[in-house]
Design a protein around this ligand. Structure first.
Ligand SMILES: Cc1cc2nc3c(=O)[nH]c(=O)nc-3n(C[C@H](O)[C@H](O)[C@H](O)COP(=O)(O)OP(=O)(O)OC[C@H]3O[C@@H](n4cnc5c(N)ncnc54)[C@H](O)[C@@H]3O)c2cc1C
Length: 185
């Protein structure tokens, strides 16, 4: 048995794990990520959701992976929509992240546009259109694997919005290092 730096028992040799859901979440939160908004359209209605469980999965073919909670409204929509968009947020789009995590910003409305039939945010740093290829159960989440059909990369040199330890952050050297909290489902 040993104790990790975050002060929890990480020995899973027995039947019962030596940590609870909060410990697990806190530990995983130490993995710094960017922030994306995933979106899909069904019958002309677009639904977006903030996610940081996003990664590139394969170069050939170009595949991406998003992990969506089974209890999120996005869960059934992404399966139904088939094609989905991923918008990587810039350091100036913290409000977008909050908006699509259920905390809409007063007086600000995100603007979607179509990229190869997938909804992406007009002001995103990187825009990706993907076709849903595989779906894998992953406990209380589901992994959706999409094949990238199109992508756009804004030439303007803006830093990414980062997420670490339940807080937003910016790359060191960005014009402002302002940070705010966020609650992840
Ligand atoms: C930094 C961060 C990372 C996260 N990462 C993940 C993750 O990887 N996986 C995961 O499952 N959850 C993640 N979450 C939690 C997730 O974003 C929230 O639980 C979210 O509310 C779930 O969305 P929903 O599909 O259930 O829809 P809702 O909560 O009903 O909708 C999300 C919000 O988006 C707004 N919205 C949706 N579509 C539109 C539209 N077309 N125009 C304008 N507004 C719209 C809605 O009004 C609502 O406020 C994360 C949250 C944060 C803050």
């Amino acid at each position: 048995m040993r104790t990790s730096d975050i002060g929890i028992n990480v020995d899973r040799g027995g039947d019962a794990p030596g940590f609870d859901a909060r410990d697990f979440r806190n530990a995983m939160g130490q993995f710094a990520t960017g922030v994306v908004v995933i979106a899909t359209s069904i019958d002309g209605h677009t639904h977006g959701m903030t996610a940081n469980a996003f990664m590139s999965g394969s170069l050939e073919p170009p595949l991406i992976i998003v992990s969506v909670a089974c209890n999120a409204r996005m869960h059934s929509k992404i399966a139904q929509g088939g094609r989905f968009g991923v918008s990587m947020l810039s350091e100036h789009q913290e409000w977008c992240s909050n908006h699509f995590a259920g905390k809409p910003a007063e007086g600000r409305q995100p603007e979607f546009e179509s990229l190869s039939g997938a909804p992406v945010l007009a002001q995103a740093k990187v825009k990706i259109a993907a076709e849903l290829r595989h779906v894998y159960a992953c406990g209380d989440h589901t992994l959706f694997v999409g094949e990238v059909k199109s992508l756009e990369h804004r030439s303007r040199d803006e830093g990414p919005l980062l997420f670490h330890g339940g807080r937003y952050a910016r790359l060191a050297g960005s014009d402002s290092m302002a940070m705010g909290g966020a609650t992840q489902a």
